[in-house]
Design a protein around this ligand. Sequence first.
Ligand SMILES: [Zn+2]
Length: 234
Amino acid sequence: MKNIRFTALIIILITSASLKAQESRKNPYNLNIISSEQAYSALIHGDSLKRLLDLKTAVPGIVMDIRYATTNNFTHKQVYTSARAFARLKVARALADVQRELSKQGLGLKVFDAYRPYAATLMFWDIIHDTAYVASPVTGSRHNRGCAVDVSLVDLKTGKELQMPTPFDDFTPKAGSAYEQIPEKAKQNRQILLSIMTKHGFTVYASEWWHYDFNGWKNYELLDLSFEELAVIK
Ligand SMILES: [Zn+2]
């Protein structure tokens, strides 16, 4: 009897140790990350505000320039398998308000990146170990929460981007949101973007004029689902 109990105890210990090993392989930094279709589905059925929306339909007229779906980005690799942009419901609605207001001035939004799976953050960190420009895997990125967007302004008629301080993902001080030594026109355009995004609940990131965090991002979980996985979950 004692032997049986002892054997059972050993089996339980071994099982729980191997489960722990699996978990830690998935979340090496002990983060709580929603990474399965089932977990995401349970999340959005518990709280519909947590749903990620496709910005192409949620923000009519938004120009998509999803750099990580091409090789035209700092990694020189295609990180995303499709050129899509997603954000949480409230974020997408706020962007739709921004777009509506901008259209009165003949302007619109262009999006470079929005929701980013946690796996992409791990890949970026491998390339650039600098928290000024990429998020540490220890914390994850606000992009992983579906609460950050990388955006610029376009002329609605031509679809062309307005003059800005630097191109997207320029990892130099010139990309700073308050950097002064830039042409007057670029400064004015950066200010138009800043004013309207701030008005609609976003905060600019000091190192990148194009990066905006949605206020309240702390209330949203880190996610690690691909665009393809998201597209099939109802
Ligand atoms: Zn960003």
